[in-house]
Design a protein around this ligand. Structure first.
Ligand code: ZN
Length: 347
């Protein structure tokens, strides 16, 4: 039995073969006072190779990762796996059940509370369980995101540059093996308390990604993620290349790197308005190019305000809804980074 705070898991994570069970969260409120909130966990162990931990449902309203993690458990048998796969398709199950980004139990955003804590609510308890019992077993951690209800992303991996050349070269190699169409390059600590930081601190290789968004399931994003994870697991010697060949529905992409760090800029509304986007996700825009018009909600005689691109680059993230308020981002635009420039930056 593995326990952390109010979280337990009864399955033997170190046994050979294929097994499944639950990560059980105890939470005593009106609805759950005599029971547990169960989140499934699967283990497929075929031999002595490395272990990958695959996580979906870190945010509850992101679905491609939940599906991919489930499909891995369904499709792979121990003979396909050289090492071990630990599969957690719905990490923040309270949020998954509520179809929300954060937990309805305590408002916790799972990807801001790592490495977790005891006595501070269910979201931190779940993060702490993963940090205590799963990260130490994993050589590689793959966290699958999909933008969430408000945003749509390019199908893109994250490459976190840590400043440690060896670690960054490893990260870039993982991104290339993952083979999503895009890889967004960010600096370390750009999002505090995320699983990426906890995994890197635990000495794991780490890759996370965004597969579309808008709380829908995109078959294209799902396909990119599915083929990507199979290619990555084969590249890392965890899944047999024959299994990847059998299960993949297409080849991986030669990923293109874009700057989501210091070189990127947000386009932000500063009034309550109806927004008309003039560019689409993935478009290349010039600096100063009009990207959106903001119409006053109530005064139809007022000319719209035109927002322009603060930097040249590609539209990496776009907002889903047209109704915006003060401080709402409409787009994030970031320039492409040539492969040689990335390699020079890593050193
Ligand atoms: Zn997410």
């Amino acid at each position: 039995m593995n326990r952390y705070d109010t979280v337990t898991c009864e399955i033997d994570l170190d046994a050979p073969g294929k097994a499944s069970g639950w990560i059980d969260l105890s939470h005593s409120d009106n609805r759950h006072d005599f029971g547990v909130i169960r989140s499934p966990i699967g283990v497929i162990a075929g031999g002595e190779g490395p272990t990958a931990l695959v996580v979906g449902g870190n945010h509850g309203d992101e679905y491609e990762g939940q599906l991919i993690t489930r499909r891995l458990f369904e499709a792979l048998e121990p003979q396909d796996v050289a090492g071990r796969l630990i599969l957690v398709p719905a990490l923040n199950m309270p949020a998954v059940m509520a179809r929300t980004r954060v937990s309805p139990l305590d408002g916790g955003n799972m990807n801001r509370v790592f490495p977790g804590a005891t006595g501070q609510g269910p979201t931190r308890a779940l993060a702490g369980f993963l940090n205590r019992h799963l990260l130490p077993r994993a050589g590689l951690v793959i966290d699958l995101h999909s933008g969430g209800g408000t945003t749509n992303y390019l199908d893109a991996a994250y490459l976190t540059l840590t400043g440690d050349p060896a670690q960054d070269r490893r990260g870039a190699a993982l991104a290339r093996a993952f083979g999503l169409p895009w890889t967004m390059v960010v600096g370390l600590g750009s999002t505090g308390g995320d699983l990426d930081s906890a995994a890197l601190a635990a000495g794991c290789a780490m890759i996370s990604c965004e597969l579309g968004g808008m709380a829908q399931v995109s078959p294209q994003s799902l396909g990119h993620g599915w083929n990507g994870i199979l290619n990555l697991l084969a590249h890392e010697g965890i899944v047999a290349p024959e299994a990847t060949k059998r299960l993949a529905t297409g080849p991986g992409c030669q990923t293109r790197f874009v700057d989501l760090g210091a070189g990127s800029r947000q386009v932000t509304a500063m009034r309550h308005a109806l927004a008309e986007p003039l560019v689409e996700l993935g478009d290349e825009v010039a600096e100063g190019q009009p990207v959106a018009k903001l119409y006053d909600l109530f005064d139809i005689t007022q000319a719209p305000q035109v927002l322009t691109a603060p930097v040249a680059g590609r539209v990496l993230i776009r907002r889903r809804n047209g109704l915006v308020g003060h401080g709402d981002h409409l787009f994030v635009i970031g320039p492409e980074i040539a492969p040689e420039a990335l390699d020079r930056r890593i050193g």
